[in-house]
Design a protein around this ligand. Structure first.
Ligand SMILES: [Zn+2]
Length: 379
């Protein structure tokens, strides 16, 4: 079983390590150029990092002809990150190296309504299982992170006013995990993590909105290539009021929030009322594929309502990409209806180069995003 250790690096060493870990630099010359440090200073610190076995120098670099430069890589033994993406009904767990490459990923059933103590203890036990089974011998755990399907205060790591998470309001998730691990801890809204992971799949696009449409509705915002948190609530579109014929009270106490009509939880409730029972939002995708008319019509309506909320945001923010992920995103009519609403109502200049598409990074996008953000906390 792996130990737990904080990385023994000083500020400048950490910066250089991060440049190598993220693939931005693989030589001393590139490190000097990107860090702005003097070449002699870079060489000295690289030697220290090689000595500490956090970096290794291997093979040949990419230059052609002549003597090939050696290439700096993060040492495989430099450390591990344990990350989780907590959902309403399941959790994905991952063990990553410091470059963010998954060594192991698994999904387990998990009921978030069991409350924070139970769920977080269980999550930590699951991390320990993963480490026992998949961690290479002697490689220490360097950090722990989890996504939460609700708003998170970035300053305190507390959950603030979540829907469908009884007992979690104001719960100090970061403190609880920190007490168990005594390591850098990341606690972040799940849509924010998904946005960070997804953004890597859109090279050349610096401004993205990444929607997560599952049991709830979330949105992560990437501005100039970086996650925009605001004070923690940025991107939370779930309680924007929508225009409808009926009136439904939302869990937040206000009528007619987007979430009360267009989330997976809302669609499941509406389908149950129509006599179509489903256990989780992903089942709705199956019903749509089987051409069950109630399901298709509900999903299309949800897409229209989400699209109407997005029209305001697209005109205002003018993103390059709206990527749609989450368990309902596999339902084709959802994205078609979002596109129709946005293209119909937005300014031509706002939509001229806008791409609205299914998320590309796959099921592990939030884990990859957690790895990227956690690396910043670790180094
Ligand atoms: Zn609401």
């Amino acid at each position: 079983m792996s130990g737990k250790e904080r990385l023994p690096v000083t500020g400048a060493q950490g910066g250089l390590l991060r440049l190598v870990a993220t693939g931005q630099a693989e030589s001393r010359a590139e490190l000097a150029r990107l860090s702005g440090l003097a070449a002699s200073s870079v060489s000295l610190r690289v030697e220290e990092l090689l000595e500490a076995r956090l970096l290794v120098e291997e093979g040949s670099g990419t230059s052609r002809g002549g003597r090939r430069p050696r290439r700096l890589r993060l040492a495989p033994s430099a450390g591990l990150l344990a990350v989780a993406d907590l959902g309403a009904h399941h959790v994905r767990l991952g063990l990553l190296d410091l470059s963010g490459t998954p060594l192991a990923v698994e999904e387990r059933a998990c009921d978030i309504t069991a409350g924070p103590e139970t769920v977080l203890d269980w999550m930590a036990d699951a991390f320990d299982d993963l480490l026992r089974t998949h961690a290479p011998p002697g490689v220490p755990l360097r950090g722990v992170g989890t996504g939460i399907p609700g708003p998170v205060d970035p300053a305190s790591g507390r959950v603030v006013g979540p829907s469908r998470m009884p007992g979690w309001n104001n719960y100090p998730v970061a403190d609880q995990l920190g007490a168990r691990y005594d390591l850098p801890v990341l606690v972040e809204n799940d849509a924010n993590l998904m946005a960070v992971g997804e953004a890597r799949s859109w090279p050349g696009s610096d401004n993205l909105m990444v929607l997560k449409v599952g049991t709830g509705i979330g949105c992560g915002v990437i501005v100039n290539g970086r996650l925009h948190r605001g004070r923690g609530a940025a991107g939370d579109i779930s309680h924007v009021r929508v225009r409808t014929d009926s009136s439904v009270m939302c869990a937040c106490g206000h009528p007619d929030c987007l979430e009360a009509y267009a989330s997976g939880a809302a669609l499941m409730a509406a389908l149950a009322e129509a006599g179509v029972a489903v256990d989780r939002p992903a089942d709705i995708v199956g019903l749509v594929n089987d051409a069950v008319p109630e399901a298709t019509s509900q999903v299309r309506n949800a897409g229209r309502l989400i699209g109407e909320v997005l029209t305001v945001l697209v005109n205002f923010f003018n993103p390059d990409v709206i990527a749609v992920g989450g368990s309902l995103s596999a339902a084709e009519p959802l994205i078609a209806a979002i596109r129709a609403a946005v293209y119909e109502r937005c300014l031509p200049l706002a939509t001229r180069d806008l791409e609205i598409a299914p998320a590309r990074a796959g099921q592990d996008s939030a884990l990859l995003g957690a790895g990227a953000l956690l690396l910043d906390a670790v180094l």
